[in-house]
Design a protein around this ligand. Sequence first.
Ligand code: GLN
Length: 532
Amino acid sequence: MGKIIFVTGGVLSSIGKGVTSASIASILESMGYKITLQKFDPYLNVDPGTMSPYQHGEVYVTEDGAETDLDLGHYERFTNVVLTRDNNVTAGRIYFDIVRKERKGEYLGATVQVIPHVTNEIKNWIKKVAKGVDVAIVEIGGTVGDIEGLPFLEAVRQLAMEVGKPNYAFVHVTYVPYVKAAGELKTKPTQHSVKELRAIGIQPDVIVARSEFELPESIKKKIALFTNVREDAVISAPDLEYIYEVPLKFQEEGLDKLITDLLGLEYRKPDLSKWEDIVDTLRGAKEEVEIAIVGKYIELKDAYKSLIEALTHGGIANKVKVKLRWVNAENYDLKELEGVDGILVPGGFGERGVEGKIKALQYGRENNIPTFGICLGMQMMAVEFARNVLGLRDAHSTEFDPNTSHPVIDILPEQKNIEQLGGTMRLGAYPCIILEGTKAFDIYKKREIYERHRHRYEFNPAYREMFENAGMVVSGQSPDGRLAEIIELKNHRWYIGCQFHPEFKSKPFQPSPIFADFIREALAYKREKRSG
Ligand code: GLN
């Protein structure tokens, strides 16, 4: 089994524990170590698939079709690991397994308890992913002091004892607030959260102190003194302009050497040049394109995490800044789309905002603006085309109008009798065959690609011929030709919809081809507009 870095959080949530874990992983990977990452979420849902994006942010989909926490998106974007359903485990899933075993009588008359049954289960999950790697980075969701988090912290405490030093390290990510009235950074919340951690038997080895500002030496000293951590192990992690600067900042703070020392690993100078290049490109970009995102979860940007990152990556690929204009699909005026260089209609569930998305797509189609539809966005492209070009006035997806006389988006027979909601969609990577002579082929430059899915409805093959005759062609399809994976409009500069979610596979150093091409076209469009 590999060495383990446990990452816990203190004081506040949403301060960047996921990016911290991903950055540590990236540093170790660039030293040539084989790494993996795992996230435990203490809530009782079996996975976040059934939760509203408002509750939990985006649901990130892995290659094997697991619906996971958005931190797994950071993990994959910062490293080369391909994660699976074993890399995100919730309390709900653990209890679900245990209760099922109990009903089968597998505990042979024992009283089933949090300690040892739940804690053993947690330890087994960690051991499973830590097998075969040099280092596993295990992040515990939530903050220290949450009731729900206790079994996880107890389990990792036990596991640390089992494996012994130097086979583990505890990294605690806390928040150091700046109090304006006092003009000071305050360490008290950090002191308290470490006290809490030590009360349950965990002594952190490293404190990553998130803060609005750089931590002065005096504050580092103070934190070290009160938390019983070496002064050089208090890492200053101020807000940075780009998250992709974090690995560089960590190296500057000496976290690379510190981690290898703590784990008894040979120190090899990490090659972080790819992060330097990315940050240089982001900083150096002078031109800017503006993309409208017409969606319904726009109040919570976390709901579109991977999408926003993929657009940034598209910007990196073209050396331009990507500015986002958020348009609330439920209620907006078409004027709000004026002047944008591209329109993106993302995925979604439920009827709210659907007509607004259709209206934006019509605007993009009729005005020859680069327009990109993803999943529900692609489905609404088909609905808009059916209604306004083919003249099928009541065309719709049966998700929203089960009685439409033109179900251009419909449910497949295999999805019809599904009663449970969790984990029952078309999920994960599927092959897509790209047809030569299409824009999709110019973009991907290959015949076969794999992209990730998360949806229940599909383009209805009964309408394919009618669409194609009118200029909306299927340019990517399932190997059997039955499912439309990509559709595109022939007589338009860039009007493309995909049934999959290409944002999940985009990385800063490996931008998704379709996002990169969308931004390229938006830039070309902008330049043409300017030169009149
Ligand atoms: N609601 C649509 C479906 O289930 C689209 C889902 C999505 O956009 N992810 O097919």
